[in-house]
Design a binder for this molecule. Structure first.
Ligand code: FES
Length: 105
């Protein structure tokens, strides 16, 4: 069985913004960047109860809407505090205009 889950149409995602989705008990934020690349990270900030899908996207970073920690959307690492712990990220692939996530990683 393929680990890839069809989660969205690429055309339904807005560049420079994130959307939230609940999949298999995970709260996930899916972002499309201005270069068209798409990334999936945990939607809950590692510093507090903020939803990263509501954060400001700048390049390949998202800024937490609560205390402005910066997370790298490519791997969930912290680029600027106050957060110190990374958020989980999941592999994304795009095929025939559809976006797939692999939650097994
Ligand atoms: Fe995200 Fe504080 S809750 S930086």
């Amino acid at each position: 069985m393929t680990p890839w889950i069809d989660v969205a149409a690429e055309a339904d995602l807005f560049e420079g913004a994130g959307i939230a989705m609940a999949l298999e008990g995970q709260d996930i934020a899916l972002f499309k960047l201005e270069d068209g690349s798409i990334y999936a990270i945990n939607n809950l900030c590692s510093h507090g109860n903020a939803k990263l899908c509501d954060g400001f996207v700048d390049g390949h970073h998202v800024e937490c809407p609560f205390h402005q920690a910066l997370f790298d959307l490519r791997d969930g690492t912290v680029s600027c505090g106050p957060a110190t712990e990374p958020v989980k990220s999941w592999p994304v692939k795009i095929e025939d205009g559809r976006v797939y996530l692999n939650l097994n990683c």
